[in-house]
Design a protein around this ligand. Structure first.
Ligand SMILES: [Zn+2]
Length: 322
C-alpha cells in the first residue's frame, strides 16, 4: 500500500492536522469472504478523522452544509466519547454522516468495515450490532438497484447474525432471481460461480452455521448435480459422454484440492501440477502411457496412487472399466 502524508484543513472546525492519503493498494493473492471482506492484511479503506472535532470521512477537507450539525449531534458524540476501538470509531462516525445524508451504500460499507474490526477483536456483541446496521443500509441499496450481488451479501450478513429464517427467505429470492437470467449469461463462468455461492450459502443457512466462510469453499461444497452439469458443459476435451459418466463421480469424490484443480482445468484449460510423494500429474502425463494422457485421467491415477500405493497405477483404467 502506498501512502502519502499531508496536512489538511478540517472543513468542519477549520483546524489543521496531519492526515494520510492512500495512493495505491495491492490486491495480490487476496482471499474473498462471503460477506465481501478481502484478506489483504488490513480492513479496507482508511478513513480520515480530525483530531480536534472528530469529523470523520474519506477526506475531511470537504463537507456538506449539514455535516457540522451531524458531527455535533448526540448520536455522533456518543461514539466519539465511547471506549470503542479507535479505527472502528472512525468508520462508525463516517457511517453516521453518510447514513444521515442518505448515502446508504457508503454507510453500509463503513458499518461493515467497523464490523470487521470487531470481528478481529472477537467482540461478537459489537460485530453483531454493526453488521445489523450494515445490513439495514445495504438492503436499501440492493432493493434500489435490484442488485443480486448486494442481495447475496445481505443474505450472508443475516446468516452471520444468526437471523436464519430471514436469511433463508432472502437466499430463496436470490436463487429465484438467478434462475431467471439471459441465456447468454447462463454459460459464463461468472454465472456458475454465482450459483455455487448461492447453493453454498443456502447449505450454511440450513446447517445454522453463522461462522465466517470464504468464497473458495463454495467450489468444494458444490453439489454433485452442479458438478456434473459443469463437467458436461466444459468437458469438450473428453472423447464422449460415457467418459463423463465414468469420470464425473470419481472426480467428485476425490480430495477437495483434486476436485478444485479439475474444475479449474475444465473451465480454463490450465493444468495445475498436483504432487503426491515422488509422483505428480505432470510426471504421469509425460511418462505413464505412450499416448498423450488427459489431465483428468492423470489426476485420477494420482488419486489412486495416493490411496493404494504403487498399485494405484493399475487399479483403475477407465477404458477397461467401460
Ligand atoms: Zn475538525
Amino acid at each position: 500500500m502506498k501512502i502519502e502524508k499531508t496536512k489538511l484543513k478540517c472543513a468542519v472546525c477549520g483546524k489543521q492536522s496531519n492526515q494520510e492519503i492512500v495512493l495505491s493498494q495491492h490486491h495480490f493473492g487476496v482471499k474473498q469472504h462471503l460477506d465481501t471482506r478481502c484478506d489483504n492484511g488490513m480492513v479496507d479503506v482508511p478513513i480520515q478523522e480530525c483530531p480536534h472535532c472528530h469529523y470523520s470521512n474519506s477526506s475531511i477537507d470537504t463537507c456538506e452544509e449539514v455535516t457540522k450539525k451531524i458531527v455535533e449531534s448526540p448520536a455522533y458524540q456518543a461514539i466519539v466519547s465511547s471506549d470503542l476501538n479507535k479505527k472502528a470509531k472512525s468508520y462508525i462516525q463516517a457511517a453516521i454522516i453518510n447514513e444521515k445524508m442518505k448515502n446508504f451504500e457508503n454507510a453500509g460499507n463503513l458499518y461493515l468495515f467497523a464490523t470487521w474490526v470487531f470481528e478481529d477483536e472477537n467482540d461478537n456483541k459489537n460485530a453483531t450490532k454493526y453488521r445489523k446496521l450494515a445490513y439495514k443500509n445495504l438492503i436499501k441499496v440492493a432493493e434500489e438497484k435490484d442488485d443480486g450481488d448486494t442481495y447475496l451479501q445481505c443474505t450472508d450478513l443475516l446468516r452471520k447474525n444468526k437471523e436464519f429464517d430471514k436469511a433463508n427467505e432472502l437466499a430463496h429470492k436470490v436463487f429465484l432471481d438467478a434462475t431467471n437470467v439471459d441465456p447468454e449469461y447462463r454459460v459464463t463462468n461468472e454465472y456458475v460461480d454465482l450459483l455455487n455461492i448461492i447453493h453454498f450459502e443456502r447449505k450454511l443457512i440450513q446447517n445454522k452455521d453463522s461462522a465466517d466462510h470464504l468464497v473458495e469453499e463454495s467450489i468444494k461444497a458444490m453439489g454433485f448435480v452442479d458438478f456434473n452439469s459443469l463437467f458436461m458443459k466444459y468437458s469438450k476435451k473428453l472423447k464422449s459422454h460415457s467418459d463423463i459418466s465414468v469420470y464425473a463421480p470419481i472426480v467428485y469424490n476425490m480430495k477437495s484440492e483434486y476436485l478444485s484443480a479439475v474444475v479449474n482445468y475444465l473451465r480454463t484449460g490450465e493444468q495445475e501440477n498436483l504432487v503426491y510423494g515422488e509422483y505428480s500429474t505432470d510426471m504421469i502425463i509425460k511418462s505413464y502411457w505412450v499416448e498423450k494422457l488427459d489431465y483428468i485421467k492423470a489426476v485420477v491415477i494420482l488419486d489412486n496412487i495416493e490411496k493404494l500405493g504403487e498399485d494405484g497405477c493399475y487399479a483403475f483404467h477407465p477404458y477397461e472399466v467401460e
